[in-house]
Design a protein around this ligand. Structure first.
Ligand code: GRF
Length: 201
């Protein structure tokens, strides 16, 4: 698989940073080719700029609808010869044009043990539910939100007296460790999707 990554961000970009760092130390054999954000003020764009990586802001307001926006995303990703798209705190739903252009080549990281606690505020959902163990998941992106085949998971215990912030911080440590690993697994190409399972071969 083409080892050029396109990373989509909407916010602070700490997962983006862990991917950039892993690609620079050689822990991850890949190149971050472009970082794209729907928000001009995303700190992730500044991180990309600082690392000398092309940083692109695509403003959704400038497109007629989600499909038009996603087509622009595809154009930008293809212009950078991207082989794998990684969502890293990207807060928009991924539409058909992007899913079709990068079929089984889009990853997302989510701060819970899926299929528990999909959607927004996963750490708060876990805390409020009272689970003793939560964690993080890297999965392939499909049309169903946070429901694609699971590549890697890591467990994080909930500790007595946890706040959403403390729990999120401990989950984030695992996220930063596991996302580069999951990308490496997917880039190796030694896997297939069997039903809803990601199977390593
Ligand atoms: C992470 O918790 C990730 O799991 C979720 O959004 C957050 C992004 O954080 N999808 P950052 O922008 O990578 O710091």
């Amino acid at each position: 698989m083409n080892r050029r990554l396109g990373i989509l961000v909407s916010g602070r970009g700490t997962n983006l940073q862990s991917i950039i760092d892993a690609s620079r130390t050689g822990q991850l054999d890949a190149t971050v080719a472009v970082v794209i954000s729907n928000r001009a003020d995303a700190a992730g764009l500044a991180r990309a700029g600082k690392a000398g990586i092309d940083a692109v802001h695509l403003n959704p307001r400038e497109y007629a609808d989600r499909d038009a926006y996603d087509r622009a995303l595809v154009d930008a990703l293809q212009a950078h010869d991207v082989g794998l798209v990684c969502l890293a705190g990207y807060m928009r739903l991924v539409g058909r044009p992007l899913l079709d252009a990068f079929s089984q080549r889009i990853l997302n990281i989510h701060p819970s043990l899926l299929p528990s606690f999909r959607g927004l505020d996963a750490q708060r959902q876990a805390l409020e539910h009272g689970v003793r163990i939560t964690g993080a998941t890297v999965h392939l992106v499909t049309a169903d939100l946070d429901a694609g085949p699971i590549v890697i998971q890591a467990a994080v215990p909930v500790i007595e007296g946890d706040t959403v912030e403390k729990l999120a911080e401990r989950i984030l440590v695992e996220e930063h460790r596991m996302y580069p690993d999951a990308i490496e697994v997917v880039l190796s190409g030694k896997w297939r999707v069997d039903g809803r399972r990601f199977v390593r071969v």
